[in-house]
Design a protein around this ligand. Structure first.
Ligand code: ADP
Ligand code: MG
Length: 299
């Protein structure tokens, strides 16, 4: 495998996002997140990433200096032991500052480096072994928000069946309350029950959409027309802060910002969540929307 500059920059950006993502998690999820990633404390994660980058800089600078190129660390345990030793006694704020400085410096070096630096065999070996492997291994699940709606059959049961069907690929962390809402788009049909869930998943956006469509069929959705009555409708509202537009899928959901019946349940879960295209929070998207006819159906 040949690692190019943009791959490395992607890796660095992804690690930056890991740390940001940690900060954005609800406090009661942070410990579980770290444990799953294999770090007892947040400082351990920072120290580890910073450690790699330090070594990365060593490699890149070494490759550039060429004569001084000495680095090769085949023993991960020895490397980790050095990182731990280095981090001991430092507080998290100090580690965080170091992390950021290191990230900027590393990205800068790679941007500045001539192509031969990244093509250097040792740099390549280090990058593929240490960064990419770990990057794959520790690839984070995405945080997603999904909207659920039903206006046919036992509406509440349909919502619950669909939420239960999400596991194990989609792990639900939080559910909004259930709201009864007037039909939208096509008025001559029964009222809807709507809710939203916050979840995490390793599925790609496309795979997630396929899974949601399967669940729609499992719950008994019959073919209907757009905006027509349905046992269950499952939509992807947000997928991290991803912006995506393809033939089958648009993320964030293209109409979420104009639908109070989506935003009201979402407000229960994440009033501060930013719409990555509109640059507004869920709470501010709801401001001024017509919420008449929407009422709480179940806590
Ligand atoms: P709607 O949800 O708009 O009432 P459907 O559930 O019938 O209508 O969905 C129509 C199509 O919209 C789906 O087949 C899907 O391919 C597409 N779609 C585009 N973006 C999304 C999204 N973010 N979530 C769910 N479906 C989406
Ligand atoms: Mg839909």
């Amino acid at each position: 495998m040949t690692v190019d500059r943009s791959t490395l920059l992607d890796c660095l950006a992804d690690w930056g996002r890991t740390v940001e993502k940690f900060h954005r998690l609800p406090a009661d999820r942070q410990a579980a997140f770290l444990l799953r990633q294999g770090y007892p404390r947040f400082g351990d994660l920072l120290a580890h990433v910073t450690g790699w980058w330090q070594e990365g800089i060593h490699v890149v600078e070494g490759a550039r200096a060429d004569a001084h190129f000495v680095y090769a660390e085949p023993d991960t345990d020895a490397f980790n032991a050095r990182v731990v030793k280095h981090a001991q006694g430092q507080n998290e704020a100090a580690l965080e500052a170091q992390f950021e400085a290191m990230r900027v410096r590393m990205a800068h070096l790679v941007e500045e480096s001539p192509a031969e630096v990244l093509a250097h065999p040792l740099a390549q070996a280090w990058l593929s072994a240490d960064i990419l492997e770990h990057y794959e291994e520790h690839r984070l699940p995405a945080t997603v928000f999904l909207a659920l709606g039903s206006n046919l059959g036992d509406r509440l049961a349909n919502l619950h069946t669909a939420v239960d069907a999400l596991a194990p690929e989609v792990r639900v962390w939080a559910k909004s309350r259930v709201y009864e809402t007037p039909p939208w788009g096509y008025a001559d049909q029964p009222a809807f029950l709507n809710m939203a869930v916050q979840a995490e998943t390793d599925l790609t956006p496309e795979a997630l959409l396929r899974r949601l469509k399967q669940i729609e069929v499992e719950v008994g959705r019959q073919p209907s027309f757009r905006y027509g009555p349905r046992q269950i409708d499952l939509d992807i509202l947000f997928y991290d802060d991803l912006v995506l537009e393809s033939d089958v899928l648009t993320v964030p959901h293209p109409r979420l910002h104009e639908r109070a019946f989506v935003l009201v349940p979402l407000l229960d879960l994440a009033p501060e969540w930013m719409h990555p295209v509109l640059g507004k929070s869920v709470a501010s998207l709801l401001t001024g929307q017509d919420q008449s006819g929407i009422h709480l159906y179940m806590e």
